[in-house]
Design a protein around this ligand. Structure first.
Ligand SMILES: [Zn+2]
Ligand SMILES: [Zn+2]
Length: 175
């Protein structure tokens, strides 16, 4: 397992956030997308950790900073960030997390399907693995049923390597 899949508990998360914001800036510019202040602020909240956050948690955080926003504004920004491939949505919990894999490739990882997310039930960190090799297998199975698939996303729950190594302690992972 690559060490970057699940960042260590003491990693410099400021660097993750900075890299992500810089990437997002360039990515939007490249595609001619408007990276407004609100979209930037929403991304920055989602990217505040490697855990998933819900839209209302984001609204609460904004409110605590004195920014009162309508839920629809946050949802619109989240939709924009999803479409731009900068964040992902966990369908099981309707929450969002920042894609950390974009820096590995020239193209956003979301152009590859299925998306495979590994969700640690102990520290709540989400790791993303390349599901490209699974694509043909899934297609084959689905073809047999006559179903016409549009997109696939796998959410696998378990315990990350770091939590296993630490004996599943209740770790207060802040990022
Ligand atoms: Zn980080
Ligand atoms: Zn963990």
């Amino acid at each position: 397992m690559s060490s970057s899949l699940f960042p260590t508990f003491d990693h410099d998360h400021k660097l993750c956030s900075q890299n992500l914001m810089t990437y997002a800036e360039g990515h939007c510019k490249h595609l001619g997308l408007r990276f407004t202040h609100l979209r930037r602020d929403v991304l920055s909240e989602v990217a505040a950790s490697h855990k998933a956050v819900g839209a209302y948690q984001i609204l609460d955080r904004f409110a605590s900073q004195g920014k009162k926003l309508a839920p629809i504004s946050v949802y619109r920004s989240l939709d924009f960030l999803l479409d731009a491939g900068l964040i992902h949505r966990l369908e099981s919990t309707n929450s969002y997390f920042a894609c950390q894999r974009n820096f590995e490739k020239d193209s956003p990882c979301c152009s590859f399907e299925p998306l495979v997310f590994l969700i640690c039930e102990n520290c709540e960190t989400i790791g993303e693995i390349d599901g490209q090799t699974l694509g043909p297998l899934i297609e084959q199975f689905v073809d047999q049923s006559g179903f016409a698939p549009k997109r696939s996303q796998l959410e696998i729950k378990g315990v990350c390597s770091l939590c296993q190594a630490s004996g599943h302690q209740e770790l207060e992972k802040t990022c």
